[in-house]
Write a protein that binds this ligand. Structure first.
Ligand code: SAM
Ligand code: SF4
Ligand code: SF4
Length: 360
């Protein structure tokens, strides 16, 4: 039963704030005047899940060739690059994958990144399956926040989506452990796919309302080339907001910072907040300040890029910091990516990189 017989639909979210285009620290601007602010670092392309929208079993099967160990950046190499990126404007680093907790001794890397001068935010995105036993080591190492992915509270639906029979309960334990360890607010990512888990949207909103966790409902995206994406499978974010608002009235709130991916809403009764990531139906390329570093050291300036820039080659050729920094500036200055805004006219059949490789 709804709390309001006739809920008022929330108005459009407020415009994203436009801050100065002059990045602090003298970082470069791209061709669309966007500074470099966020770096997502993929520490492995492997995962213990086979989410159907990300690493479908038919493609990522037994014979799939993951990156050999020697090709993966060491913690020292990652940290050296992180330092250079922070000197060029990066303020936030998200460690991701694949499943980042599959990387041995990840806590060591977190501790090394936490010591990078000028970094303001250090976060981790994980499927939560291995989180609980690691949470104290991670927080002690300096991890500031965590995002845990969970696509449904219904075991049958969740197991069908992760495709390795992994139960909801264990992910919930990871989320609780993170909150108890002080990594609040924990963000919970739910990718919504029509006819698969759209029935779980309200349950998820209800379950996490009042807990302090922030669920972010993500439109199913056409990343990579293997998930068989169709526009018909996307549940528009506006529909998700409408669905939740009908039961638990919402109002939009301003983004925290320029380039924030999620549109934010809070429950009118003060019981918490949700986010929606409308990358398909309301692209936000204009404010995209993100770059992604793959586990083998290639930099991708867009999630939908077809080609990366090889930083590992420079690191392993003994280049100086200044030479690597010059390469970074040259890459960012010519960046003109805005795939989501151009999606309708994008060339079909282009071989885009997989999200498990480039880092979600
Ligand atoms: N394995 C970790 C996890 O699942 O949280 C980190 C990597 S995963 C690639 C990062 C995020 O990307 C997850 O929240 C996942 O749900 C999301 N994701 C993966 N494929 C997606 C797709 N096709 N559309 C939208 N989001 C996707
Ligand atoms: Fe693994 Fe995350 Fe991709 Fe799922 S979304 S297959 S957990 S990398
Ligand atoms: Fe950024 Fe590319 Fe996504 Fe646009 S499509 S928001 S440029 S990552």
């Amino acid at each position: 039963m709804s709390e309001n017989a006739e809920p008022t639909p929330p108005t459009a979210p407020p415009a994203r704030p436009v801050d100065s285009t002059k990045p602090s620290g003298g970082g470069p601007l791209d061709t669309l005047n966007r500074p470099l602010r966020d770096l997502r670092i993929s520490v492995t392309d492997r995962c213990n899940f086979r989410c159907t929208y990300c690493m479908p079993k038919e493609v990522f099967g037994r014979d799939y060739q993951f990156l050999p160990r020697a090709e993966i950046l060491t913690f020292e190499e990652i940290t050296r690059l992180a330092r250079l990126f922070v000197a060029h404007g990066v303020r936030k680093i998200r460690v991701t994958g694949g499943e980042p907790l599959l990387r041995n001794d990840l806590e060591k890397l977190i501790a090394m990144l936490a010591r990078v001068d000028g970094l303001e935010d250090l976060t981790l995105t994980t499927n939560g399956s291995l989180l609980k036993p690691r949470i104290h080591a991670l927080t002690q190492a300096g991890l500031q926040r965590v995002t845990v992915s969970l696509d449904s509270l219904d075991n049958d639906v969740f197991k069908a989506m992760n495709d390795v029979d992994f139960p909801v309960e264990r992910v919930l334990e990871g989320i609780e452990a993170a909150a108890e360890a002080g990594l609040a607010p924990v963000k919970v990512n739910m990718v919504v796919k029509k006819g698969v888990n759209d029935d779980s949207v309200l349950d998820m909103a209800l379950y996490f309302r009042g807990t302090g966790a922030i669920v972010r409902f993500i439109e199913y995206m056409d990343v990579g080339s293997s998930n068989g994406w169709r526009l018909d499978d996307v549940v528009p974010a506006a529909e998700i907001v409408k669905m939740i608002n009908a039961e638990m009235p919402l109002e939009p709130i301003a983004p925290d910072y320029r380039g924030e991916v999620a549109q934010r809403y809070r429950y009118k009764d003060g019981s918490g907040e949700i986010g929606v990531v409308a990358s398909v139906t309301q692209p936000f390329c204009g404010d995209c300040t993100r770059a992604r570093l793959s586990a083998d050291g290639k930099l991708y300036t867009c999630l939908f890029a077809t080609k990366g820039h090889d930083f590992r080659a420079l690191l392993r050729a003994g280049k100086t910091d200044e030479e690597i920094a010059a390469f970074l500036r040259s890459v960012w200055k010519v960046r003109d990516d805005r795939y989501s805004e151009l999606r309708a006219t994008a060339t079909p059949g282009l071989s885009k990189v997989e999200m498990s490789y480039v880092g979600g």
